[in-house]
Design a protein around this ligand. Sequence first.
Ligand SMILES: NC(=O)c1ccc[n+]([C@@H]2O[C@H](COP(=O)([O-])OP(=O)(O)OC[C@H]3O[C@@H](n4cnc5c(N)ncnc54)[C@H](OP(=O)(O)O)[C@@H]3O)[C@@H](O)[C@H]2O)c1
Length: 304
Amino acid sequence: MPSTKAVLIIGGSGFIGSHLALRLRDGYKVFATYFSNPLRIRGVTGIPLDVSNRNWVKRIVYSSKPDVVIYCAGNNSLEWAEYNARDTERLHTGGPATVSTISDILQPKFIYLSNAYVFDGNKGNYKEGDTVLPSSILGKTKVGGENFIRGKAFNHIIVRTSLLFGRGNGINTSLIDDLRMKFETGQRIELATDELHSFAPISAFTDFIVRLVDSGPRNKTVHYGGLTKLTPCEFARAFATRFGYDPALVFEKKTGPRDESMLVETQTFDYSLNSSFIVETLKVQPLLLEEGFDLFEKSLVTRL
Ligand SMILES: NC(=O)c1ccc[n+]([C@@H]2O[C@H](COP(=O)([O-])OP(=O)(O)OC[C@H]3O[C@@H](n4cnc5c(N)ncnc54)[C@H](OP(=O)(O)O)[C@@H]3O)[C@@H](O)[C@H]2O)c1
C-alpha cells in the first residue's frame, strides 16, 4: 500500500531528481520542483521553484508539508562552477541553507546530495571521516552546504556520491545521453583523463536513496560509489566497447580551471569514494562497472 509520507524533491527536473521522482511516486506523495524546465511526471506534483526566493520556498514547504526533503538542485560540472561561481554558491550552499532553515519547524528528514569534490583528489578511496580539502569552487560550495546542514538540520543525512550514469530525462541530459548521441552521429568526444571516479549507476543509487527515505542512519555523512575506478575518458571507451560503438571517437582532454596551487601538469586527481560504511551498516552492495552497464541496458527497455 502506498505510504502517506510526503517527499519534497528540490531539483526534481534534473537528472537525479527525475529518476528519484519516478522511483518514489508509487510509494509516496511526491512533490518535485523545477527551475527552468517544467516537470511533467504522472503521479508527481511538479512545482516551479527558485531556491533564492525565500518567500516562495516557504510557501512550497508549508503547503507540501514534507516528511522528507531531498535536496538535489544544482549543476555537478566542475567547469560550469568555475565560470558561474555566484550561482554555484547559491545552489550548493545558500539553497540548502534556505530550504533546511525554512523546513526545520516541520522537522523533516533532510537528505543533501554532495559529491567527491569536497576532497582534494590526492589520495582517493575516501572514507567519511577523511579530511575535506576542496580545490574547486564546486567542492568548496558543497562543503559550505554540508556544514550548514550538519550544524543546523535537526534530522539529516549527507550523501556524497560519485559520478552517476544512466539515461537522462530528455531535458537535462546525462553523460550517457551525450555519449550515445555523439557515438551515433560519429562525433569526436573529448573527456578528462586527469580525474578518477568510482562511477555508479543511477538506478542502484535511487534504490539506496529510497532506503534512506524510510530508514538509515540519522545525522550522518555517507559515501556512495561503484567498485570500478576510472577516468571519464576510460568510462566512455568502456561504454563504447560494451555497447558496440567506436572507442576511437574518444579523445583525451584536461579538465577546466582549478585552484592554481593544485595544478600539477602530470597529476591525476583521484576522487573515488569508499562505500564500506553503507555496506556494513545498510548491507548496500556497490557495483562493478559491468554490473552498472547491465542495469543501464535494462533501463533501455523501460520508459522514463
Ligand atoms: N550527476 C551526478 O553524477 C552527481 C554526482 C554527485 C552529486 N551530484 C549532485 O546532485 C545534484 C543534482 O545533480 P544533477 O546531475 O541531477 O543535476 P542537473 O541534471 O543539472 O539538475 C539540476 C537541477 O537543479 C535545478 N535548478 C537549477 N537552478 C535552480 C534554482 N535556482 N533553484 C532551484 N532549482 C534549480 C534544475 O532545474 P531546471 O532543470 O528546471 O532548470 C534541475 O532540477 C547536484 O547538487 C549535484 O552536485 C550529482
